[in-house]
Design a protein around this ligand. Structure first.
Ligand code: GRF
Length: 204
């Protein structure tokens, strides 16, 4: 299965996928393209170092979000992407993208959705005073971090946590979860039934 990864910045989640691929832990998934919406995103260097093709579709170059979406979908189609992974991709995608990749695009988010969607999820969790937060991988739909949930991992929230310390602990779980979800998807073990996801054999 041909997999494209969308990134905006640091790319540690991308790295977890590159490492899993190198260790043959992604099943039949093959990372064929990494696309950034920002010029110079550090994630691009990670992809190049691993020998994966890169492309930049700079959001700022487009007058309207719909035009950006269309260019992105075209780049993904050109690469023959069958699955799209949003790994630290900080842009909301529109109807064109969702229509093209419904059920074939997943996003990793640093909270236990449906709690704390959107930006600053770790700060939102601290402000709400929750004792547990975590990481979620979900299918991408029209909403904000709202699609069917494929997998979650919980972390304890400590009294002394800052957004940065909580983010670091959640990130470990993101890196655990994301390659396992991609592997399960590539192996055809994931089904959505009435908005709920079943993963045959679990995530490991
Ligand atoms: C991750 O916490 C991801 O869940 C969030 O932004 C962060 C990106 O980190 N959307 P990285 O670029 O994968 O290192």
């Amino acid at each position: 299965m041909r997999v494209a990864v969308l990134v905006s910045g640091r790319g540690s989640n991308l790295q977890s996928l590159l490492d899993a691929a190198a260790a043959s832990r992604l099943g039949p998934a093959r990372l064929v393209l990494v696309v950034s919406d920002r010029v110079g995103a550090p994630a691009l260097a990670r992809a190049s170092a691993a020998g994966v093709a890169t492309r930049v579709v700079p959001f700022v170059d487009f007058a309207a979000r719909e035009d950006f979406d269309r260019a992105l979908v075209a780049a993904l189609a050109e690469a023959g992407a069958e699955l799209v992974v949003l790994a630290g991709f900080l842009r909301r995608l529109g109807a064109d993208f969702v229509a093209a990749f419904r059920g074939r695009a997943v996003n990793v988010h640093p909270s236990l959705l449906p709690a704390f969607p959107g930006l600053g999820a770790q700060a939102q969790a601290l402000a709400a005073g929750v004792r547990v937060s975590g990481a979620t991988v979900h299918f991408v739909d029209e909403g904000l971090d709202s699609g069917p949930i494929v997998g979650q991992r919980a972390v304890t929230v400590f009294d002394h946590d800052s957004p940065a310390t909580l983010a670091a602990r959640i990130l470990i779980e993101e890196h655990w979860l994301l390659p396992r979800v991609v592997c399960a998807l590539a192996e055809g073990r994931v089904r959505v039934e009435a908005g709920r996801v079943r993963v045959d054999g679990g995530l490991g």
